[in-house]
Design a protein around this ligand. Sequence first.
Ligand SMILES: NC(=O)C1=CN([C@@H]2O[C@H](COP(=O)(O)OP(=O)(O)OC[C@H]3O[C@@H](n4cnc5c(N)ncnc54)[C@H](O)[C@@H]3O)[C@@H](O)[C@H]2O)C=CC1
Ligand SMILES: O=C(O)C(=O)[C@H](O)COP(=O)(O)O
Length: 378
Amino acid sequence: MLIIADENIPQVKKAFGEFGEVKLFHGRSITQKDVIDADVLLVRSITRVDKDLLEGTNVKFVATATIGTDHIDKDYLNKAGIRFADAAGCNAYSVAEYVVSAITEIFFRTGRPFQGSALGIVGYGNIGTKVDAFAKALGVDTILNDPPLKRKTGDSKFKSLEEALNCDIITFHVPLNKGGMDNTVHLLNEENINIINDGSLLINSSRGAVVDNHALKKALIKNKRFNAVLDVWENEPAIDRELLDITDIATPHIAGYSYEGKLNSTLFIYNKFCEYAGVEKKWKPDYMQLEDNIIMPRKTENNVELMKNILNNIYDINDDSLKLKEGLKLSDEQFPRYFDELRKNYRIRREFFNYKIDGSSLTGEQIEMLKSLRFEII
Ligand SMILES: NC(=O)C1=CN([C@@H]2O[C@H](COP(=O)(O)OP(=O)(O)OC[C@H]3O[C@@H](n4cnc5c(N)ncnc54)[C@H](O)[C@@H]3O)[C@@H](O)[C@H]2O)C=CC1
Ligand SMILES: O=C(O)C(=O)[C@H](O)COP(=O)(O)O
C-alpha cells in the first residue's frame, strides 16, 4: 500500500508504517502526479483535496489531521466513493488555552479584570464549549451564538451575532462555511464591525476568511479603538502585512499546535483508518511525561496577574507574536516561507493539564479557577 502524507503530521511514519510505504511531501506542493499510485492520502489544512488532485488516481481513503475541513471537497470524495476522515476535536483544548492566553495578555496590558467582563463566543462546538467553560472559570460571563445549534435545539441560551459582537471580548470558533444559510465567510465584515465597542478585544483563531481582513484593517487604521488578536489570516501564508503590523497579538496559525493536539491529530486519523481497513489499532503516540512541571505562583489577589505569572512559565503568547512580527522586515517574496517555517518548527507547547501548581499562596477561589483550567494543584 502506498501512503502519501504531509511531512508535518507528527509520527506519521511510525503510525502508518505498518500498512505500507509512507512517502512524505510538503503539504502546499502535493500534486496529482505525487498521488497517482497512492492508496491513502493524509493531509493537513494546507492541501486542497478535490477532483483536480484526485481524479485518475488510485486513492481510496483521505484523512486530514485537522479539525477544519474547508480544504476538502467532500462532495467530490463522496461521489468518487473515496472514504474521508477528519480529526474532529483533536486540538480543541489547545485552541481554548490559546484563547485564555490571549485574553490574559491583553487584560494584563490594559489593566482590566476578568470578573464582570462578557465574552461573545461565535460557534459553540468542540472548541467553543471549552472556551465557555474556561471563561466561566475565570469569572467571565459568556454570550453564545450558534444559529445551527439554535435551530436544532431551540435553546434560548443562543443569542444573535449582534449580541455576541457587543461583548467586551469576541472570539470566533466557527468552521469556514462558503455560502449557504450558515455562511461564515466574512461573518465579521464592514457592516457589523462597528458593533464592536471601544476597548473590546477581538480574537480570531477559526479561519482567516471568517473576518474580512480588509474591513478589520480599515477599522483599526481609522481609529484603533479595540484590540485584535489574530491566529488565522486571509491568504495564508501571504498575509496582509499592514494588518499584521497593527494587530496586538499576531500568530502564524498555531492555536491548535499544542504537543498533545498535534499527536492527537495523528492518533485520530490512525484510529479512523484502522476502522476503515478493519484492522486492529496497535499504535499509540508517546505523549512523554513532562518533568520540571511544578509552578510556584507569586501571591496576588489579582487573577489576571496570577494567570500572567503562571502562563509566563508555560506559554507566553507574546513570544509567538514577536517572532511573526519579525517577519515584517522581510520582503513580500520571503515572508510566506517565513510564516510556514515558524509553523513547521513550532516549539513544544504542552497543555495546562501537564502542570502542577503549588497552591500554598493561593486562595480557595483561585484553586478552583485553576482546577477548572485543568491544572493540578499540589
Ligand atoms: N487556529 C487553529 O489552529 C485551529 C482552528 N480551528 C478552526 O476552528 C473551527 C471550529 O472548530 P470546532 O469547535 O472543533 O468545530 P465544531 O464543528 O465542533 O463547532 C463549530 C460550531 O460552529 C457552529 N456554526 C456553524 N456555522 C455557524 C455560523 N454561521 N455562526 C455561528 N456558529 C456557526 C456549528 O453549529 C458548530 O456548533 C474549525 O472548523 C477550524 O476551522 C480548529 C482547530 C485549530
Ligand atoms: O485543526 C485545524 O483545523 C487547524 O487549523 C490546524 O491546527 C492547523 O494545522 P495545519 O493543518 O495547518 O498544520
